[in-house]
Design a binder for this molecule. Structure first.
Ligand SMILES: NC(=O)c1ccc[n+]([C@@H]2O[C@H](COP(=O)([O-])OP(=O)(O)OC[C@H]3O[C@@H](n4cnc5c(N)ncnc54)[C@H](OP(=O)(O)O)[C@@H]3O)[C@@H](O)[C@H]2O)c1
Length: 260
């Protein structure tokens, strides 16, 4: 299926690795002009070379920290007119017992998992509305539908982001601008590996035991390949996807059991 986005300008946050890289790959395959944004310039250069060799698409890179105003400004200066925006805080969520979460920690996670995405959405939406085309995908986590013990701070920030998006979408859809949230479960990236090793260490058990436990809880009995999320994001950015907006779409192999 041709997604009809050849030549569209796409910005992909956290684009050098994992889910961001997979989203960038899906968009580049469709001929979008992709700007990858993350911190390490070395990692960006590697992904730039790999994706441009594989797809023939133009891949630009910008280095910066998405959780800071300076970082986001560097991105906006380099690509002020995106047609497609993939927000992805990149920052890996780590657990803390509720009783130990200080005001500074709540503020940190709001910066990392709320403002980092919201402020880019706010900056790019006016141009998208003017040009009558915009596709925004916010990369979140399946747990916004069933928040987990130990993750009150990060899950609260991500739920707040989905709430803000839900209020924004009806303002912008008349201009053919959509915003959807993708909520992955267990996807086999560096971040997942690090998380599982962390869980094993904290639980005084082995990595293999943690993997077995996670797979037991997943009806698909596997971790997904990052491209399974990347291609879903690509589809939501299609020209044909202009009637889908404000959705929080789970991609987790059947873990979430809710009807809605
Ligand atoms: N993998 C999963 O199972 C899974 C499931 C659900 C949700 N998620 C969420 O999806 C997001 C991406 O996860 P992933 O698995 O793709 O992680 P990953 O493989 O570690 O990739 C993270 C990407 O984000 C960039 N990044 C990290 N911190 C950044 C910052 N402060 N500013 C700019 N870029 C930054 C990284 O590059 P640099 O380090 O060079 O900046 C890298 O390109 C995370 O928020 C994660 O919580 C992951």
């Amino acid at each position: 299926m041709d997604l009809g986005i050849s030549g569209r300008r796409a910005v992909v946050c956290g684009g050098s690795k994992g889910l961001g890289r997979a989203a960038a790959r899906a968009l580049a395959r469709e001929g979008a002009v992709v700007t990858l944004f993350s911190r390490s310039i070395e990692a960006l250069k590697v992904t730039q070379r790999e994706l441009s060799e594989e797809t023939g698409a133009t891949i630009n890179i910008v280095a910066g920290d998405v959780t800071t105003e300076d970082g986001r400004k560097a991105l906006l200066d380099a690509q002020p007119n995106a047609d497609i925006l993939i927000t992805n805080p990149g920052v890996r969520q780590t657990p803390d017992p509720f009783g130990t979460i200080t005001r500074d920690m709540w503020d940190y996670w709001m910066q990392a998992h709320f403002y980092s995405s919201l402020e880019l959405i706010q900056a790019y939406v006016p141009g998208m509305c003017e040009r009558k085309f915009g596709r925004i995908v916010s990369l979140s986590v399946s747990f916004i539908k069933f928040p987990q013990v130990g993750f009150a701070h990060t899950h609260a920030a991500r739920v707040a982001l989905s709430g803000a998006i839900a209020a924004i979408v009806r303002e912008v859809i008349p201009n053919n601008v959509t915003i959807n949230t993708v909520c992955p479960g267990l996807i086999d990236t560096d971040a997942l590996q690090t998380n599982l090793h962390g869980h094993a260490k904290r639980g005084n058990t082995t990595y293999e035991a943690i993997v077995e436990d996670r797979l037991k809880g997943c009806p698909a009995h596997r971790f997904a390949d990052p491209q399974e999320v990347g291609d879903l994001i690509g589809f939501l950015c299609a020209n044909q996807s202009g009637f889908i907006t404000g959705q929080n779409i789970i991609n987790d192999g059947g873990v979430y059991q809710g009807l809605f």
